[in-house]
Design a protein. Structure first.
Length: 309
């Protein structure tokens, strides 16, 4: 993308985000033969590039999405994933082929202690950048290990698990510490000297899902496409999460492991909790990027230059 076009795109993006309006997605996609422009757009935007591994189930390349400015997010530069502590030797070889120069780990220390550090190719050390889960991980470990059905129901039943998740998503916006971690990652991604980067948390769906959503929106990927990327974690994680629930029931630690489903899934209302919070705190997405995350227009322009073709 030329510098002139980058400046223009960034200015248009800033103005559109600031007033809360975006052009229709279909206006920026050329239709294939026999297809409407909106159908062609959705077909391209929903292409998700999974990296198949044995020890991680939610590893993806964030490239390929069309933007409403007429570009497309480049592949091979930014990846999202779940924890990498269970990678097999074959997985490590596959990850080595991605050419990563940085791995950012959003997990808190307790998660690292319990699940283990990432297994990465030689010479690659993860950057710890913890984002708070409001104590969910530790509380959940305690409740499950108790094997007490009444206690588990008291904590997770009756919509309480869903409410807990919405509270966590709000802190992605309200917590200065969390905002600082997301902002630092975006600045690294924007740095033209930084090679391919991967960020992850434990399941690769909440903290990682929010980071991915924010990045795609900042690149002018339409909101519905960014939300589809977020919700796709349910597809990639479904089989593994079902196995976890079955194991907990078989072991006797949970009589009703379906109580965990709201914690295992991503849901539109969780995402809505965060976006409603940023609208309340910053007036909209652009305000969140600039005032909340402290990203200036040159940084947003660098994101466009580096990641959109």
């Amino acid at each position: 993308m030329s510098r002139a076009r980058t400046r223009l795109v960034t200015a248009v993006l800033a103005s559109a985000l600031a007033i809360g309006t975006l052009p229709a997605a279909s206006a920026y996609a050329a239709p294939a033969a026999g297809a409407t422009s909106s159908h062609r757009y959705r077909q391209q935007a929903e292409t998700i590039h999974q990296i198949p591994l044995q020890g991680a189930v939610n590893v993806r390349d964030l490239g390929g999405y069309r933007t409403w400015t007429g570009g497309q997010v480049r592949q091979g530069l930014v990846y999202r994933s779940d924890a990498l502590g269970k990678l097999t030797p074959a997985d490590t070889t596959a990850v080595s082929g991605l050419g990563l120069t940085r791995v950012v780990d959003f997990r808190i220390p307790l998660e690292l202690q319990y699940d283990g550090a990432d297994r990465l190719p030689a010479g690659l050390t993860p950057t710890s950048r913890p984002v708070s889960d409001l104590g969910l991980y530790g509380t959940l470990l305690g409740v499950i290990s108790s094997g007490d059905p009444a206690r588990q129901e008291q904590m997770l039943g009756g919509g309480r698990a869903e409410a807990y998740m919405r509270d966590i998503y709000r802190t992605f916006v309200t917590s200065p510490e969390n905002r600082a971690q997301f902002a630092a990652t975006l600045r690294e991604i924007a740095d033209g000297r930084q090679g391919p980067l991967l960020f992850h948390c434990t399941s690769g769906k909440d903290r990682t899902g929010w980071m991915s959503y924010v990045l795609l929106r900042a690149l002018a990927v339409p909101e519905d496409a960014a939300a589809r990327d977020y919700l796709a974690s349910n597809t990639f994680r479904a089989a593994y999460d079902a196995q976890v629930r079955a194991g907990l029931k078989q072991s006797g630690r949970m009589q009703n492991p379906d109580l965990l489903i709201p914690l295992q899934e991503v849901r539109q209302d969780y995402l809505d909790a965060a976006t409603s919070q940023l609208a309340a705190d910053y007036g909209g997405f652009y305000g969140y990027l600039t005032d909340g995350l402290g990203l200036d227009l040159p940084t947003l322009a660098k994101l466009q230059t580096k990641l959109v073709r």
